[in-house]
Design a protein around this ligand. Structure first.
Ligand SMILES: Cc1ncc(COP(=O)(O)O)c(C=O)c1O
Length: 447
C-alpha cells in the first residue's frame, strides 16, 4: 500500500502527504527551517512523527507555541494535557522536588510512590487496589497482558481490529492497526481480533448487538481466551459503546474465565467527565491501564491497577522498569489528581461536554459534509463524508481543513483518515473553546 493510501486507515494523520509538503514549504522562519531539517536529518523517520510540522518553543495551559511566538490551541496534545501544559502547581512542586529525592533505586521505596499507589487504590472501586508503576503506557499494557497470563494460565487475548494499545511489540500484537504491525511480524501468538462496536458504518452498522454476538462466538469457539483488552471509550476516532455493551462483555469474561483489561491510557483522569471512563458503565475491569496525562504532561508516568487477589506472583517480575517508583513521576501524578479534584475539573468537563455537543450538532445541521458527531466530556469526533448516504470518507477535504486550521492556530489530529478528533486541555476556558470551534467552523465552511 502506498503512503497516501495508508493514511486512510491509520489512527493519526500522516506526515508524508502532499498537503504536508505544501505546509512545510510555507515555513520561512530560518531557525524553524534549520531545526526541521536537522530533526529530519538525525531522527529515524517514522509515520506520524519525523518529518515534523513545526518547532515548539513553549507550551502553557491549552496552548503550544512555536519559535516565532505563534500559538496553537492544542486539541491533540497526545492526550497528556488534562491539567494543561506546564501546570503552575505541578511545575512548582516538581522544581522543589528536584532539590530532594529525584530517583528511587530498586529495592528501596519512597513516600511519594507509596502515597501515589494508595491514592490510586482509593480512587478505584472494590478490590482494585494493587498497583504497579511504569514509565509509559505500552509497558503498562505489557504488564497487564503478562498478569492476565499468570492469573488465568491462558495466553490468548481478544482485542479489537483498529485498536491501539501502544507501540512495543507486545502492545502492537494486541493492537489492530496495520501501520504499527506492517512488516514487523511474527508478533505474539494467540491474539484474536474482532471488529470493533462501530455503529455509524461498517459490518455492525446500526447494530452493536451483532458485535456482542461476534465476541461471544469467539470466546466460545476458542474456549481458552485469557484476556479481553480494549479502550473503554475509543480515543482516536471516538467510539462510545452503549452501557449494555460493557456489561455484556464483562459477563462473557466471567463466563469464559478471562480477565477484562480496560486501557484508559488516553481517556482517564477526567477526559470523559469522570475520573475513569469505566465509571460511565456499571462495570469494573480486572486490570486498569493508566498513563499519558497521569504525569501531568511533564513526566512520563503510567500504572496498572488490579485486584487484590492477583497479588500472588511475588516470585515473578511483572514490571521491573528502571523508573518504576519515580518520586518525580509519583509527585506529578499526585498533583495532577489533586488539580482535577480541587479545581472541580470533572464537573467542568461535563458542562463543557454539553456545550461542545450543542455546538457540534449545530455544525452537523449546517454542513452536509459532517456525517457523524460523537463524543463525551472533552473528547469529540467529527466524521467527514463526501455523501451522507454513501458515507464515503472525505479524506482530502479533512486534511485541507486540518492544515487550514493549523494556519489559524488550531491543532488537532485526524483519525481513521476522516475523523477530526478534538481533545483540548480540560482546563480550557469557554472563550478559548469558542475560539477553537469558530476556527473549525470557518474552515469546514470553506469546503
Ligand atoms: C489507548 C492507548 N494505549 C496505550 C498507549 C501507549 O502509551 P505510551 O505511548 O505511553 O506507551 C497509547 C498511546 O497513544 C494509547 O493511546
Amino acid at each position: 500500500m502506498n503512503q497516501d493510501k495508508l493514511y486512510k486507515v491509520t489512527e493519526g494523520d500522516i506526515n508524508t502527504s502532499t498537503e504536508r509538503e505544501q505546509w512545510n514549504s510555507k515555513q520561512t522562519h530560518a531557525a524553524t527551517q534549520l531545526l526541521l531539517e536537522k530533526d529530519a536529518r538525525y531522527f529515524l523517520h517514522q509515520s506520524m512523527s519525523t518529518p515534523c510540522l513545526d518547532v515548539l518553543g513553549n507550551c502553557e495551559g491549552p496552548y503550544i507555541e512555536n519559535l516565532e511566538g505563534k500559538k496553537y490551541l492544542d486539541f491533540h496534545g497526545n492526550s497528556v494535557h488534562q491539567v494543561g501544559f506546564s501546570n503552575p502547581l505541578l511545575v512548582e512542586r516538581l522544581t522543589e522536588q528536584l532539590q530532594k529525592l529525584t530517583f528511587s533505586t530498586r529495592r528501596f521505596t519512597n513516600e511519594l510512590a507509596v502515597t501515589f499507589a494508595e491514592k490510586l487504590a482509593s480512587l478505584t472501586p472494590g478490590d482494585l487496589n494493587r498497583v504497579l508503576l511504569t514509565p509509559n503506557g505500552s509497558s503498562a499494557v505489557g504488564i497487564a497482558l503478562k498478569l492476565a497470563r499468570v492469573v488465568t494460565g491462558k495466553f490468548k487475548v481478544m482485542s479489537f481490529w483498529d485498536s491501539f494499545h501502544g507501540a512495543s511489540i507486545d502492545a502492537i500484537s494486541a493492537g489492530g492497526e496495520a501501520v504499527f504491525r506492517k512488516n514487523l511480524g511474527p508478533l505474539l501468538p494467540g491474539v484474536e481480533r474482532v471488529p470493533p462496536p462501530v455503529t455509524y458504518r461498517g459490518i455492525f452498522e446500526g447494530n452493536e448487538n451483532k458485535c456482542l454476538e461476534y465476541i461471544e462466538y469467539v470466546f466460545e469457539k476458542e474456549h481458552d481466551i485469557g484476556a479481553f483488552i480494549a479502550e473503554t471509550v475509543r480515543n482516536t476516532d471516538v467510539q462510545i459503546p452503549s452501557a449494555n455493551f460493557w456489561k455484556q462483555v464483562r459477563e462473557f469474561c466471567d463466563k469464559y474465565k478471562a480477565l477484562l483489561i480496560f486501557d484508559e491510557i488516553p481517556i482517564a483522569l477526567g477526559r470523559t467527565g469522570k475520573m475513569f471512563a469505566f465509571e460511565h458503565y456499571d462495570v469494573t475491569p480486572d486490570i486498569l491501564c493508566l498513563g499519558k496525562g497521569l504525569g501531568g504532561g511533564i513526566f512520563p508516568q503510567a500504572a496498572i491497577v488490579t485486584r487484590d487477589k492477583y497479588n500472588r506472583f511475588g516470585a515473578i517480575s511483572l514490571g521491573h522498569y528502571t523508573h518504576e517508583k519515580s518520586p518525580l513521576g509519583s509527585l506529578a501524578a499526585l498533583t495532577t489528581i489533586e488539580v482535577i479534584e480541587k479545581e472541580g475539573l470533572l464537573k467542568k468537563v461535563v458542562e463543557d461536554g454539553k456545550y461542545m455537543e450543542e455546538r457540534l450538532l449545530c455544525l452537523k445541521e449546517k454542513y452536509n459534509c459532517i456525517g457523524d458527531v460523537r463524543g463525551i466530556g472533552l473528547l469529540w469526533g467529527i466524521e467527514l463524508v463526501k455523501d451522507r448516504k454513501t458515507k464515503e470518507k472525505a479524506f482530502e477535504e479533512v486534511e485541507k481543513i486540518m492544515y487550514q486550521c493549523l494556519d489559524k492556530g488550531l491543532s488537532f489530529k485526524i483519525s481513521s483518515g476522516n475523523v477530526i478528533q478534538l481533545c483540548p486541555a480540560l482546563t480550557i476556558n469557554r472563550v478559548e473553546l469558542n475560539t477553537a470551534l469558530t476556527i473549525l467552523e470557518e474552515n469546514i465552511a470553506t469546503i
